[in-house]
Design a protein around this ligand. Sequence first.
Ligand code: SAH
Ligand code: SF4
Ligand code: F3S
Length: 444
Amino acid sequence: MTGTSTPKTYRVKSFGCQMNVYDGERMAELLAAKGISPAADGEDADLVVLNTCHIREKAAEKVYSDIGRLKKADGSKPLIAVAGCVAQAEGEEIMARAPAVSMVVGPQAYHRLPELLDKAVQGERATDTDMPANAKFDVLPQRRRSGPSAFLTVQEGCDKFCTYCVVPYTRGAEISRPYKDLIAEAEKLVENGAREITLLGQNVNAWSGDDAKGQNIGLDGLIRQLDRLPDLQRIRYTTSHPMDMSEGLIAAHGDVEKLMPYLHLPVQSGSDRVLKAMNRSHTAESYLRLLDRFRAVRPDIALSGDFIVGFPGETDAEFEETLRLVDAVRYAAAFSFKYSPRPGTPAAEMDRMIAAEVMDERLQRLQAAVNRDQLAFNQASVGRTCDVLVERKGKLPGQWLGKSPWLQSVHFIGDAAIGDLVTVELAEAGPNSLSGRLLQAAAA
Ligand code: SAH
Ligand code: SF4
Ligand code: F3S
């Protein structure tokens, strides 16, 4: 490959989970620090970063087709970097199969993107999929700007090894970022406009660290410290694992006002046999009892979960147990997926794969049950008065979109601005959003 000129504009396209969104923002900050500007909407970028996800099948195929499609208006190819979890899992294959790619960088190595870019400009192709724990956070530039709702990665990696999942391989072992770095990053985000911070981790509730007094604290301790930032109004966290749930975190939902009444707690299946085969280390019953404890301290808490249908060997009766669990919980939201065999995971080697049409049917039934509960949750909110954090303009004149404390999308018409926390009465409910009546604009 011959050299090229230094790119003037970049675009980062992130797929997958919220942590990838966070990583995408950090990569954008790195590129901006190098003097490269974001490409305007609809305009070509000289450098495209595909920040990929490996969680389910076809992700890698999608990356190759995206690479094939990337072209500038004059027909030339931009510089292409593949980042994220596909880069980690299949970096070498990407380099071999896609000559248009000049940089491959894993989720723990993306702080080295600027060096890879220097090489790429010289015409050299380079891969960096090292996994030095926490190293990237020490060298990333300060946070630049922020929308009203910001992500903050506090924990990364996973030691749980659910038998279907690639994350322990693509993100590495569980690590917690140091307390003082997190407080500093949160302060910067708030200074730059964030009113809500969502703490991120593959197992966010496994976070632990030493506070300013040298005392070991868990996620609840971190949340209690963030609660003291005056201009921060809302705190959320995701994703939790049932096994890492602490007494303290449950209690925080009862007494930390800024901690929003929402809990995303994946369960995957309602069948104990399937849960065991998944290596989930909880049962359906222990999961339900855990949710009871959250409801006891915060009766209005909105619950959300993840499900996999068609795990190898899942029988009709076992799937019915999942439906029964959904009936018992009455989720405010839930995400369900068809099982997808991932190379290198134990489940991919298991017998009794479930036929595609059986999976389709199960997914439809599960989604119908979840949609029913989501609509019911939204309908039960009608008449409530709550705060809405305004995130963007709506399509209609004078219309604004934001989130309720229960993470529902709410639209309303009135006098507001992005970043305002306004008081709204929830007036009408649909399956995916509610309309509200503005009662009180934000205090100036
Ligand atoms: N760390 C989080 C999120 C993991 S990925 C957690 O433990 O919950 C998000 C979701 O993707 C998982 O909760 C699971 O429902 C789904 N998922 C993961 N691997 C999958 C696979 N091989 N096939 C289908 N769905 C999968
Ligand atoms: Fe994957 Fe399980 Fe870890 Fe979640 S807890 S990231 S599903 S291995
Ligand atoms: Fe996907 Fe990696 Fe997140 S596989 S879900 S981008 S941790």
